[in-house]
Design a protein around this ligand. Structure first.
Ligand code: SF4
Ligand code: SF4
Length: 381
């Protein structure tokens, strides 16, 4: 791993980057172009009756259980500038940025984050307007309302939440790990925001709301952009979720890093080959956009967002096949950390990819199925 003077994506910028409108994300377009989330959830319930292995009522109930805290927190806490709960009279008088950065990171880890970084807020990453997806789930604003964070919010604390390696191997069956992570994101971000507010400073907790989490995480030194368009961390590969807290608490920014993923992805296209919707590009990067769900002006592998989402709808649950098959998706064990040293240095990349597939690391795990011990048949209520 190398520390960089500027984020690794900077060298790929070819034109003027503009703030992104959340209404153009695949998820927001899905709300207005066919109410795709509702259809996906309807298909999820239909799968219960069909007794599809991995999508039975036992699996269905688990993902909804995992999301429970997320649904509550997004309606009440996330993407909002809340008030302190008790201390409305005092403010920490002389916050030392170095000490406070250390404290905030310790608190974030204590709350349950797996990695944490800090960056100066780049306003380019804040959405121009609320989109239908986050507006629907948070009820914090109407779609199309402009987003303008006060300048005072000049720091972002970015938290990484590791998804369980074994559970994620169930995808594209219901894997429920994605869902419980949304609850953890809400728990960690809203609790950290409470801590900051009780110190007398301002804080807005967010999951995917208000801005693009991936470039903020890269700025905060937590990883790099991958071919599949997700954040690649050194410790957990792409098997992560991201939450963030905007604040005016004085904090020291972290340094961006290079972990070797850019060159690795140039020689690997396992995610593109296994993507059932062909939404991930193989071949070299482009700075063109497929449609309004991509930003032009930066060389990368833009995702065909609607193709991906349409497949989720047909599948009746979200999909993480690209994460499952990625050679960087490994448990953070001594053995895999040793192999990672080769991957980071881009040594034997093609050989690593070949043996990864040969050894079956990315294969779907169909064993973890509760219907092996409980008949999943259903009757109408
Ligand atoms: S989530 Fe599934 S459909 Fe979407 S890009 Fe990844 S593999 Fe393809
Ligand atoms: S599967 Fe290969 S190309 Fe795709 S993100 Fe992972 S390392 Fe990069």
């Amino acid at each position: 791993m190398r520390l960089l003077p500027e984020p690794s994506y900077k060298k790929f910028i070819t034109g003027e980057l503009k703030r992104f409108d959340e209404r153009d994300t695949g998820f927001s377009r899905g709300v207005v172009e066919g109410n795709k989330y509702t259809v996906m959830h309807e298909n999820s319930v239909r799968n219960i009756e069909k007794l599809i292995p991995g999508k039975t009522i036992l699996d269905h109930a688990l993902w909804v259980a995992g999301r429970t805290v997320d649904y509550i927190l997004r309606k009440k806490e996330m993407a909002r500038e809340g008030a302190p709960i008790y201390n409305r009279g005092y403010r920490l008088e002389n916050p030392d940025p170095s000490a406070m950065t250390k404290i905030i990171k310790e608190v974030a880890l204590w709350l349950g984050a797996d990695l944490v970084g800090v960056t100066k807020l780049n306003p380019l990453w804040i959405y121009t307007h609320w989109g239908h997806h986050n507006a629907m789930y948070t009820s914090a604003a109407e779609p199309g309302i402009p987003i303008n964070l006060p300048e005072e919010y000049d720091r972002v604390i970015v938290m990484i939440h590791e998804m369980d390696h074994e559970r994620l191997r169930r995808t594209p069956a219901v894997e429920s790990e994605t869902d419980i992570m949304y609850s953890k994101m809400g728990w960690c971000a809203s609790s950290l925001a409470t801590y900051i507010r009780e110190l007398g400073f301002r804080a807005i907790p967010c999951g995917n709301e208000l801005g693009l989490s991936i470039p903020m995480a890269i700025d905060a030194g937590l990883g790099e952009l991958s071919r599949m368009g997700l954040l690649m961390t050194r410790e957990f590969g792409p098997r992560v979720r991201i939450s963030k807290v905007f604040t005016n608490l004085p904090l020291l920014p972290d340094t961006p890093v290079e972990i070797g993923i850019q060159r690795f992805c140039e020689k690997c296209s396992v995610c593109a080959e296994h993507c059932p919707s062909r939404a991930i590009m193989s071949g070299p990067r482009t700075d063109k956009a497929w449609d309004r769900s991509n930003s032009a002006g930066i060389l990368k592998w833009p995702l065909k967002a609607m193709d991906c989402f349409n497949w989720w709808v047909a599948n009746g649950t979200h999909c993480s096949i690209c994460i499952r098959v990625c050679p960087w998706n490994k448990p953070n064990t001594l053995f895999h950390r040793s192999i990672r040293l080769l991957a980071e240095r881009n040594l034997f990349t093609k050989g690593l990819v070949f043996f990864d597939e040969l050894l079956g690391y990315g294969k779907q795990d169909k064993r973890n199925d509760y219907s092996a011990i409980q008949d999943p048949s259903v009757t109408k209520l």
